[in-house]
Design a protein around this ligand. Structure first.
Ligand SMILES: NC(=O)c1ccc[n+]([C@@H]2O[C@H](COP(=O)([O-])OP(=O)(O)OC[C@H]3O[C@@H](n4cnc5c(N)ncnc54)[C@H](OP(=O)(O)O)[C@@H]3O)[C@@H](O)[C@H]2O)c1
Length: 302
């Protein structure tokens, strides 16, 4: 297991499909994830099983994806060969379930629909809903963590102003009720790739050892024809998708590629027999670029 911060080049070279980072919660997270957004429920169990067979152990799910149950079915049907403690299952509070009560119901629904006794990571899917709802949602996550229903907590799509609001709230609770009373941010998840490097958010998280997950790490295929990707891919005898995922890994992110295609599931995990040079990383970098391919709640001001 590697320390998350200050990852040196030799550490990056040692990454493999079994690598994990230690989070602020003290739990460990597999460095490569498998996303299931827009994976139809009807195929979710079989594609997750293929991902497990390929070596992935980390599933990025959400209430909003409507496929928590088949993903959990795959966990159960693998129990003879992979123990639950080796699998990392994430879900997320849907934007329509913000606030203490609705979030508590959302967590209860995840547990009942999946029949899992705990979820490894529960994220607030987006900051929408206003301050009172966001902090109520956080309170509900902390309560569920104390009850053993969730192991680690985090946020997704938070801007730095939302992160600062949460940090201040946690500090206020700790001042009042003692260390740990306000919970700990272990993970943050954002759209991240060379065309959306989000330096401000990345810096904020790095300073606090918050593990950074990268969604849309393949930019949904929209950059497949970029000459720079083609050139670097040819140099290494890899694909444009593998170059983007390797960029994400070498940035110290936890990439969450999604595919329902067996050959791509395998391709997206075949990342550990090459390394991008410092020069290639710099050439891929689009300093100051801000070109999301998905929604962008980070900019919400409410
Ligand atoms: N927190 C959030 O708000 C948020 C938002 C978006 C996504 N996410 C998470 O991040 C995950 C990934 O994001 P995403 O699904 O939006 O985008 P993505 O992983 O960047 O791209 C997925 C698309 O790329 C295709 N693809 C996958 N591997 C490929 C390969 N090797 N070669 C060519 N095409 C390939 C997939 O097609 P096929 O499936 O047809 O193979 C799919 O159309 C999601 O599944 C979800 O878990 C989170």
């Amino acid at each position: 297991m590697e320390a998350y911060q200050g990852m040196a080049s030799d550490v990056r070279q040692r990454l493999d499909i079994t690598s994990k980072y230690e989070m602020n919660s003290g739990c460990r997270i597999p460095v490569l994830g498998y996303g299931v957004y827009q994976t139809p429920a009807a195929v979710a169990e079989s594609v997750v099983l293929h991902a497990f067979k390929t070596g992935y152990r980390h599933i990025d799910c959400a209430r909003a994806y409507r496929n928590e149950q088949p993903c959990a079915d795959a966990i159960r049907s693998s129990a003879h060969s992979i123990s639950r403690s080796d699998i990392f299952f994430t879900s997320k509070v849907p934007p329509r379930a913000m606030g203490y009560e609705a979030t508590s119901r959302s967590i209860a629904s995840t547990l009942s629909q999946t029949s899992l006794s705990y979820v490894d990571l529960y994220l607030i899917h987006s900051p929408y809903g206003g301050r009172t709802a966001r902090l109520g949602t956080w309170d509900a996550l902390v309560s569920a963590q104390k009850a053993g229903q969730i192991r680690s907590l985090g946020v997704s799509n938070y801007g730095v102003h939302h992160l600062a609001e949460l940090e201040l709230y946690i500090q206020t609770l700790e001042t009042k009720d003692g260390p740990g009373a306000g919970g700990t941010i272990s993970v943050g998840q954002w759209e991240l790739h060379p065309w959306l490097p989000r330096d401000d958010i990345v810096e904020w998280c790095r300073a606090r050892n918050i593990v950074i997950q990268a969604y849309c790490p393949l930019v949904r295929g929209q950059r497949a024809d970029e000459p720079i990707l083609k050139e670097i891919a040819e140099t290494h005898g890899k694909t444009w998708a593998q170059v983007l995922l390797r960029w994400s890994l070498q940035k110290g992110f936890v990439p969450l590629p999604k595919s329902v295609t067996a050959s791509r599931i395998e391709e997206n995990a075949d990342l550990y027999d090459f390394e991008l040079s410092g020069e290639e990383m710099r050439r891929l970098e689009r300093k100051g670029a801000y070109e999301p391919c998905s929604w962008d709640p980070t900019v919400s001001r409410d």
